[in-house]
Design a protein around this ligand. Structure first.
Ligand SMILES: [Zn+2]
Ligand SMILES: [Zn+2]
Length: 348
């Protein structure tokens, strides 16, 4: 027995998204049934549906920035109750027993995590994401959304928010540290707000100055254009942490030169080309280049609580299900300020 719910998904890598129905499993003892209120649109959704990150099975429903209310709980659920405001991010399953899972690093589960969409669930079915009316998720992967956070704004925190919060926390961004963020899109703008709220000195490195006023309003102390060679000449060895949110390749040598002694360049976007960097640039300043997925469940809950305390919210544009295809075009064209959120009532 399963429950049929309305959703919006794709039947191939090249077709536009369309209304469809999908099946949600009956509640296992530790499952939570969530009536979805809002789902964010992440660029990963588009890459995945179009097969740009590898072949997937169709039909596929994506969406890993999910918020809603608990509608029912399984017999052994203790973490959530009916009516709770909850969220789901990029992962919705893991072994629960390895050393990474034991310390809340489910995203790095040694047996592999289960992605919220296009993943293989324990029963062998393909997971279907949040562009739908409801979903069923193991309680371990269901976050509590603090009352202070308005539900219609909060969805992008579940991916974009934790993807920026996790490196800021891991590399100790805070008072006295200089953080630069490459790219001022869906990820980058949340990073500016979070880094500022953590007390760091924040610089945006964007191709042009087109979004400078926004960046400064979000809490950036400085905003420089990377198309201007002076940006690189004037800020050598300056930043403790540089977070790259862009998924195109960048001139790694040029950005490594901007790192202070012990500085780290962290890749959050995922360019497909191998990276090339001059080793002496790392050696001379004890610099690092690192990568990071998003955070585990502990980091994600901490991020939500931090955002509630510090009034950090993404900039969002609310759309209806019928607007998804147009929204995808605008995401690909970098024509969104700064994240689309789908009103789940419009799934029918
Ligand atoms: Zn995402
Ligand atoms: Zn594990």
């Amino acid at each position: 027995m399963t429950t049929t719910v309305n959703a919006y998904g794709a039947i191939s890598a090249t077709d536009p998204l369309e209304p469809m129905t999908i099946e949600r499993r009956d509640l296992r003892p530790h499952d939570v049934l969530i009536d979805i209120d809002y789902a964010g649109i992440c660029h990963s959704d588009i890459h995945t549906l179009r097969g740009e990150w590898g072949e997937i099975a169709y039909p596929q429903v994506v969406g890993h920035e999910i918020v809603g209310h608990v509608a029912a709980v399984g017999s052994e659920v203790t973490k959530h109750k009916v009516g709770d405001r909850v969220g789901v991010g990029c992962e919705s399953g893991s072994c629960g027993q390895c050393e990474q899972c034991a310390k809340g690093g489910e995203v790095y589960c040694l047996k592999g995590n289960i992605q919220t969409y296009a993943g293989v669930d324990v029963d062998g079915t393909i997971t279907q994401g949040g562009y739908s009316q409801a979903t069923v998720i193991d309680e371990r992967f269901v976050l509590s959304v603090p009352e202070a956070l308005p539900l219609e704004k909060v969805a992008p925190l579940l991916c974009a928010g934790v993807t920026l919060y996790a490196p800021l926390k891991h590399w100790n961004a805070g008072p006295g540290t200089k953080v630069a963020i490459i790219g001022m899109g869906g990820l980058g703008h949340v990073g500016v707000k979070l880094a500022h709220a953590l007390g760091a000195e924040v610089t945006v490195l964007s191709r042009t100055l087109a979004k400078k006023d926004d960046g400064l309003a979000f809490g950036a102390d400085h905003y420089f254009a990377t198309e201007d060679p002076a940006t690189f000449a004037d800020h050598q060895a300056e930043y403790d942490l540089i977070l790259s949110t862009v998924s195109a390749g960048i001139d790694y040598d040029a950005y490594v030169d901007l790192l202070a002694v012990d500085g780290t360049l962290v890749l959050l976007g995922a360019p497909t080309d191998a990276l090339s960097v001059t080793p002496m640039k790392l050696i001379s300043h004890r610099r690092s280049i690192a990568g990071l997925a998003n955070g585990g469940i502990v980091d994600t809950q901490e991020m939500l609580d931090f955002c509630a305390q510090h009034d950090v919210l993404p900039e969002t544009e609310l759309i209806a299900a019928d607007d998804i295809n147009a929204a995808y075009k605008r995401v690909v064209d970098s024509d969104v300020r700064y994240r689309f959120v789908i009103d789940a009532k419009t799934f029918g």
